[in-house]
Write a new protein. Structure first.
Length: 295
């Protein structure tokens, strides 16, 4: 899967009643396939924790049934170990290309608790596993020693999605585990992370700009970022002016790629203003022009 440096943390489109809109979902997945991007379903961008167990399984089964020519990763999020293990066993039968394992929510475990948590989860599968450090959502930072220790215990550790929001913390992970592959989990910081050894990006922006973000990721990895700014910073800033994935869903709807911009509580469309929507539409036009100039 090394030939897929870009993974899209795909949104889960919904009908006005909150049910999953599978017709729009296939549209989004096919656009990622056309762009050559791996897809991550049921991540935080996919509102994975807002879906019940039956819905999550349906999303995985549907995505798998499309026989995409790009790899599919499944997000395993939460804090209840037996429930996590049960869902991993389900995934073992479906056989996606990889799993994304996040530090447990709310409990704020220390380094040893994190290591034992990930060890338990990785012991339930032979599928490639990517770890996810996102302290803004989980309430705790992954300890830099954890990926290094796990890499010595498990051959199927495929890498780490690092979304600390800090270049210094990214560098600390790289010092502790120089042989582990690290992916940026932050669209805006990808150029800085790439300079420090990131091999790819797990992206929100590629939902709305799949081809442009693919090109952007390639340029970051190659160290050719001179003409990326301030365009990409302005565009990605607009995507996070309201809680993710609200702006992405609004723009996808305005582009005609999904039928509705519905989100589930506690997310709300009321958190996005008309001003932010206009910034998104402006960024969309600018990104489209930039991509045309690259071709």
């Amino acid at each position: 899967m090394e030939k897929f440096p870009l993974w899209t943390a795909i949104v889960t489109p919904m009908n006005t009643d909150g049910s999953v809109d599978y017709e729009s979902f296939e549209t989004l997945l096919r656009k990622q396939e056309e762009a050559g991007n791996g897809v991550l379903v049921l991540g935080s961008t996919g509102e994975g924790l807002n879906l019940n167990e039956e819905e999550k399984r349906e999303v995985v089964e549907f995505s798998n049934s499309l026989d995409l020519v790009v790899p599919m990763m499944v997000g395993i999020g939460g804090f209840n170990l037996p429930a996590q293990a049960d869902f991993i066993h389900f995934c073992n039968d479906i056989k996606p290309d990889a799993l994304l394992l996040v530090t447990p929510l709310y409990a704020k475990p220390g380094a040893e608790g994190q290591f034992e948590w990930f060890s338990e989860l990785m012991g339930e599968t032979e599928l490639p596993c990517m770890l996810y450090n996102v302290p803004s959502r989980t309430g705790v930072k992954m300890h830099p020693s954890v990926p290094a220790r796990l890499s010595k215990e498990f051959d199927h550790l495929m890498g780490v999605k690092e979304a600390s929001g800090s270049v210094e913390e990214f560098k600390a992970f790289r010092r502790e585990a120089p042989d582990v592959k690290f992916y940026s989990g932050d669209d805006g910081l990808t150029p800085a992370f790439a300079k420090e050894g990131a091999v790819g990006l797990v992206s929100v922006a590629s939902n709305v700009w799949p081809n442009a973000t693919h090109r952007y990721t390639e340029m970051c990895i190659q160290g050719n970022t001179d003409n990326l700014f301030p365009l990409w910073k302005n565009a990605t800033d607009a995507l996070f002016k309201a809680p993710n994935p609200v702006p992405a869903k609004v723009l996808l709807n305005r582009k005609g790629w999904i039928t509705n911009d519905t989100v589930r509580l506690p997310l709300s469309l009321g958190d996005i203003s008309e001003e932010v929507e206009q910034k998104l539409l402006k960024a969309d036009k600018e990104i489209s022009r930039w991509l045309e100039d690259q071709q």
